[in-house]
Design a protein. Structure first.
Length: 394
């Protein structure tokens, strides 16, 4: 049997197909520029060369159907067991669950906390329901990895009744990515206490102890914590209230600013992409430099917090787009941390390893680059869910 893991984006769709028994990757595909006149569809089977096609992909239904047709032609989904999703947030729901109507309703109830993510996942789930109506759809919620965060770390200092009534608290996100980093750092280095730095268009830092999160930078929504590409990150709520008064902004207007005009883009005024920011710095752009330094400072701050929360760390890991590829960003974040036992090896860092250590041999705390694999984590969780469910259905 096989298991398909779907990874929808706002204008893209990625998927990976696994053998349910061996967890071997059988097929992967990527559809880019959905809605544009010239979309890009690439796919490859295990052991085969990648095929890249340019064609019009008008909507999500067509994008998903493209990938399914490629798999059907190769007889790869004749025995498909389930479609798995890296779902984000739902009121009162976490863990790995079947995406029933009740769960989808719970996702809708928390839509305002992560509208961009939730909307595209609800769309993708509905497309799979229409194309593969008899195949179960299962979601692993990103919040699940953070369920062991203690109350003193997840509570906000607001009237307790709001937590009880509305569930206002820290939940945390990027759970599949941080889970994989914790697992892989233990495999590679025997690390039990890990600080995972998922850095890119969407960024968060997580303190991991014995395989589970004990604290993380994102809060009730993916808005808080580090500045993201266009999301603001941490912000004094009274600063926001003052802005609303001064600019006469509605809740909807300020929400749009928080989600699409802030973050790295908001400071630089040009881009939220670290590749553009670094190019701007090379060209003498002071705003780009300020955006870079602001991000670095906040990353350092969270690493410092989590060194305290963990009482030290075995390993600091960089992952995701910028974390895996930006030698400059990694160096800036861990610079001047010698007294904390963190010493970077410039030669190893500049070599930009796909996976491996970039810390100096004298560093008490290891520093590493590990590529994340969220789809594998989702696939493993969905597999376990199906195995636990199967006996009850006999």
């Amino acid at each position: 049997m096989t298991l398909l893991i779907a990874n929808p984006g706002s204008t893209s769709f990625k998927c990976k197909l696994y053998d349910l028994t061996t967890m071997q990757l059988l097929f992967q595909a990527n559809v880019e520029r959905i809605g544009d006149k010239e979309g890009i569809y690439s796919f490859n089977r295990a052991g085969k060369e990648k095929i890249v096609l340019k064609q019009h992909v008008p909507d999500y239904h067509v994008a998903v159907n493209l990938t399914l047709m490629s798999m059907k032609e190769a007889h790869l989904i004749d025995d498909l067991a389930a479609v798995g999703f890296k779902t984000v947030h739902a009121k009162g729901v976490t863990g790995c669950v079947e995406l029933s109507d009740d769960v989808l309703k719970a996702m809708e109830e928390y839509r305002s906390l992560a509208p961009v993510h939730t909307d595209i996942y609800l769309l993708a789930i509905s497309v799979f329901k229409s194309l593969l109506p008899s195949i179960p759809r299962v979601g692993l919620f990103e919040t699940h990895f953070h369920v062991n965060i203690p109350p003193e770390a997840y509570l906000y200092a607001i009237p307790y009744e709001y937590y009880e009534k509305h569930g206002i608290r820290k939940y945390g996100f990027h759970g599949a990515s941080h889970r994989y980093i914790g697992m892989r750092a233990k495999e590679l280095f025997g690390a039990q206490k890990v600080i995972s730095c998922h850095l890119g268009g969407s960024s968060s830092i997580c303190a991991i102890k014995d395989g589970w999160s004990i604290d993380t930078s994102m809060g009730m929504s993916p808005q808080s914590g580090l500045p993201n590409a266009k999301r603001v990150g941490d912000l004094d709520p009274f600063g926001l209230l003052y802005l609303m008064e001064q600019e006469n902004l509605s809740v909807q207007q300020v929400g749009k600013i928080l989600m699409s005009k802030g973050g790295i883009y908001g400071i630089s005024g040009t881009s939220g992409d670290f590749r553009d920011i670094e190019q701007g710095m090379d060209n003498g752009d002071k705003r780009a430099e300020l955006a870079f330094k602001t991000f670095v400072y906040n990353a350092k701050r969270y690493i410092g917090e989590y060194l305290v929360a963990l009482n030290g760390a075995d390993c600091i890991v960089f992952t995701a787009g910028a974390g895996e590829h930006s030698t400059r960003l990694r160096k800036a974040i861990v610079s001047n941390m010698d007294n904390l036992g963190i010493v970077l090896d410039d030669e190893k860092n500049n070599a930009n390893p796909k996976e491996g250590l970039i810390s100096h041999d004298t560093s008490r705390i290891k520093v590493a680059v590990i590529p994340t694999n969220e789809e594998y984590v989702v696939a493993s969780a969905v597999k376990q869910y199906l195995e636990q469910k199967r006996p009850r259905n006999r």
